[in-house]
Design a protein around this ligand. Structure first.
Ligand code: 13P
Length: 261
């Protein structure tokens, strides 16, 4: 379960959130080995999060929301993957739809950023997903598979085994509009099938595929019940530590929503 905070929470607020999240999860006896929990704060928060996670030996993983395709040099405002690795980041989001839309990141840029993440020892959370117009035309599977193939163009079989792929239909992000579990499964299942074709069956079976888009504690269990959904990439609900903890504990509130809230 990964929480993409987007451009929310400064480093002081980040400290509070991480402490509260960790406390809430421990209080609920969260099994971190069964359900990994990661937070993806803004760059300026990462050092504070690292200090807490290392100092208090928290079981939370953390990462960044983007990285530069370049290693170092005259790229004003960019952040290198090697800096993120030095800060102890496990994950880095690559190709989020908000980066593709507002920063014009093409499939080629996304592929270069995936290569940069692997170069620096980071695990990419590679985002794909269709907009409303594509969905209305019923072309979501072909559209997403084209994004997957373009992004993975230079990713080797050894590298791809650790990748995390997040299917986030753009029309369901921040809108309250959730894809049905069947919608999520349709695309996540197709992605896994294509991964098996591009690499091999065991590799595809081991890759973690997340769903993202208006995930909340009330809908996560049904989405997670789908065969090819292995986790969730959570935006808005991840900046509320109690709500995000409830999402992480989805296994314990299946059929018992009232007891966990
Ligand atoms: P919301 O959960 O706010 O819809 O955001 C999803 C997302 O974009 C996570 O990366």
């Amino acid at each position: 379960m990964a929480g993409n905070w987007k451009m929310n929470l400064d480093h002081v607020q980040a400290t509070h959130l991480v402490q509260k999240l960790d406390w809430t999860l421990r209080d609920g006896k969260h099994d971190f080995a069964a359900v990994e929990v990661a937070v993806l704060p803004p760059f300026t928060d990462i050092r504070s999060v690292q200090t807490l996670v290392d100092g208090d030996r928290l079981h939370l993983k953390f990462g960044a929301q983007d990285l530069s395709a370049h290693e170092a040099g005259a790229f004003t405002g960019e952040i290198s993957g090697q800096f993120l690795a030095r800060l102890g980041c496990t994950y880095v989001v690559v190709g989020h739809s908000e980066r593709r839309e507002y920063h014009h990141e093409s499939d080629a840029v996304v592929a270069a950023k995936l290569a940069a993440a692997y170069r620096d020892g980071l695990t990419p959370i590679f985002c794909v997903g269709e907009g409303l117009a594509v969905r209305k035309e019923g072309r979501q599977v072909e559209y997403v598979l084209a994004q997957v193939e373009a992004g993975l163009a230079d990713v080797t079989p050894a590298q791809v085994a650790s990748i995390v792929i997040a299917y986030e239909p753009i029309w369901a992000i921040g809108t309250g509009e959730v894809a049905t579990p069947a919608d999520a499964q349709e695309v996540c299942g197709a992605v896994r099938t294509r991964l098996a074709e591009l690499y091999d069956e065991p590799t595809a079976a081991g890759i973690r595929i997340l769903y993202g888009g208006s995930v909340k504690s009330g809908n996560v269990a049904a989405i997670m019940a789908e065969a090819d959904v292995d986790g969730a990439l959570v935006g808005g609900a991840s900046i509320d530590p109690v709500e995000f903890a409830a999402i992480c504990r989805y296994q314990s509130h299946v059929g018992a929503h009232s007891s966990s809230r």
